[in-house]
Ligand binder design. Structure first.
Ligand code: HEM
Ligand SMILES: *[C@@H]1O[C@H](CO)[C@@H](O)[C@H](O)[C@H]1NC(C)=O
Ligand SMILES: *[C@@H]1O[C@H](CO)[C@@H](O)[C@H](O)[C@H]1NC(C)=O
Length: 494
């Protein structure tokens, strides 16, 4: 058979591809990166990873390649860390090297390199310090935010009372609860649950969040340039963003008009004070873009995470009624029926505290954590990892590490209880990750979880139309482990 010119060309192209492929792989070996599945040109490890169950695929690869291994996003390596010992060795023992934020293309599209979540260097340092201190003033430790959460939890119980004994899906109420707390911190006001502006903001955010955790979102992280140019549902991100920006800008103007620098009311006021302080600094980080970026970060990082944890918490309690009745019993003993639950009660409620820890451990709502990257060339467990390599800490493998929890795949509050019933910490409890880059909202989140569950359980017995053994508590399949299944519940007054 005659090959012809095009045939010869094709053959040449194929041959050089094959050659290129083998040299590439040999070069990879020389670099002494951690081991991993052999990558394909262009596709990298894409065929080894199910984009709808990424953490499961990675944990499976860990069984073959060990707790430190390399996968390829197209031709770019990413190092994956599995289990508490390994993740802690990176984020704590080598925190200086491993605390840079890795590239999050999708989030980059949204916050454009501003804010706290995806930034590095001086900008990150300033915005992180600002967020932490603002959350502390309005939230952490101080009474006011606690009162605000208590009040919001009471509004939620009122809403549930309005529903009467009819079955309902709690998702929407939980979103209202957690979003209103962030609104209070950022804008200094809570919204009525029917407020039109509030509904608009929530919908805009929700659409963006859904896109982010879809496989389209995962693909955008791998092939950002191509996919962001294509038409498709993800183009909505940009139109939604514009609307949100308008909303924040408008609120900023209102704040400016009524600011009392000695008595900041919320995050925007605090930001305005900083802007004023640094107005003669030409390279100040306190400008509108960083304000907008930080506000978006708090909404992104602080609403879905919490509302999903609450969603899971409620379904676990429906599944395990004996756990609920033990909380009831402890609560009646410590708080009683009339007093409003407060964070101070927590130390006297080890069982409830243990259940909330177990809810977070088991719900595992950020199974991949957020990507980090190395700030310099480094060796880790005998392997070389070059500067700027993406590092993925599989928090799922830490929260369910069999070395630290006796039945990691079972919901079991005794993971956090001593034999005598006192609360027991466990270092492998890391839903907020570890080290310099760990969750900024941890204290706020823990306060909300405690006050939400105690306020609801003080008033109600939780019921499900399904028998406990028929309730499915695992996440919705093919959602990267982040979406709880939808369910209905109803309540009876206590
Ligand atoms: C149950 C609730 C929450 C969970 C499980 C959670 C979990 C996490 C995780 C795993 C990270 C990544 C840490 C890392 O890179 O190693 C993170 C970062 C972050 N979280 Fe949370 N979070 C929660 C609630 C919140 C809340 C309520 C807020 C804000 C009000 C918040 C704000 C942030 C911010 C700003 C970051 C980025 C920190 C940085 O890059 O320096 N989170 N969170
Ligand atoms: C309960 O047991 C733990 C260790 O198992 C111990 O540290 C603690 O003091 C004990 N608490 C009480 C009240 O006995
Ligand atoms: C966590 O649990 C493991 C296994 O039960 C135990 O060895 C470890 O000491 C616990 N950590 C803490 C801080 O109690």
């Amino acid at each position: 058979m005659e090959l012809g010119v095009s045939g010869t060309l094709l053959l040449a192209v194929l041959l050089s591809l094959v050659l290129y492929f083998f040299t590439w792989r040999r070069n990879l070996k020389k670099k002494n990166l951690p081991p991993g599945p052999p990558p394909l040109p262009l596709l990298g490890s894409l065929l080894d990873i199910n984009t709808k169950e990424v953490h499961m695929s990675l944990m499976k690869l860990g069984e073959t390649y060990g707790p430190v291994f390399t996968v390829y996003l197209s031709s770019t390596p990413a190092v994956v860390l599995i289990g508490y010992d390994c993740v802690k060795e990176a984020l704590i023992d080598n925190g200086d090297v491993f605390s840079m934020r890795g590239h999050l293309e999708f989030t980059y599209l949204i916050t454009k390199g501003y804010g706290v979540l995806i930034t590095n260097g001086e900008r990150w340092k300033q915005m992180r310090r600002f967020s932490l201190s603002t959350l502390r003033n309005f939230g952490m430790g101080k009474r006011s935010i606690e009162e605000r959460i208590q009040e919001e939890a009471r509004y939620i119980t009122e809403e549930i009372e309005k529903i009467g004994g009819a079955p309902f899906d709690p998702t929407h109420l939980l979103t209202l609860f957690v979003s209103n707390i962030i609104c209070f911190i950022v804008f200094g006001e809570r919204f009525d649950y029917e407020d039109e502006k509030f509904m608009t903001i929530l919908n805009l955010l929700k659409e963006m969040f859904l896109l982010m955790s879809s496989s389209l979102g995962m693909l955008i992280n791998v092939f950002p340039k191509i996919i962001s140019l294509l038409p498709g549902p993800h183009q909505k991100i940009f139109t939604n963003l514009k609307k949100l920006k308008y909303f924040v800008a408008e609120s900023l103007e209102n704040h400016k008009a009524t600011l009392d620098p000695n008595c900041p009311r919320d995050l925007i006021d605090c930001f305005l004070v900083k802007m004023e302080e640094e107005k003669s600094n030409p390279i100040t980080e306190f400008h509108f873009d960083n304000l907008f970026g930080t506000v978006l970060d708090l909404f992104f990082a602080g609403t879905e995470t919490l509302s999903r944890t609450l969603q899971y918490g409620l379904i676990y309690l429906l599944k395990y009624p004996d756990v609920e009745s033990k909380i009831h019993e402890e609560m009646d003993r410590v708080i009683g029926q009339n007093q409003c639950p407060s964070v101070e009660d927590r130390v006297q409620m080890p069982y409830t505290d243990a259940v909330i820890h177990e809810i977070q451990r088991f719900a595992d709502i950020a199974p991949l954590g957020l990507p980090h990257k190395t700030g310099q060339d480094t060796t880790f467990r005998g392997y070389n990892i070059p500067k700027d390599t993406t590092v993925v800490t599989i928090l799922a493998s830490v929260l369910k590490d069999p070395k630290y929890f006796k039945n990691p795949k079972q919901f079991d509050p005794t993971n956090f209880l001593n034999d005598n019933g006192s609360f027991r910490k466990n270092e492998s409890f890391t839903p907020f990750s570890l080290g310099k880059r760990s969750c900024v909202g941890e204290s706020l989140a823990r306060m909300e979880l405690f006050l939400f569950f105690t306020t609801i359980l003080q008033k109600f017995n939780l019921k499900s139309a399904l028998a406990p053994e028929d309730i499915e508590i695992t996440p919705e399949p093919n959602t990267n482990g982040v979406m709880p299944r939808t369910y209905e519940m109803y309540v009876t007054p206590r």
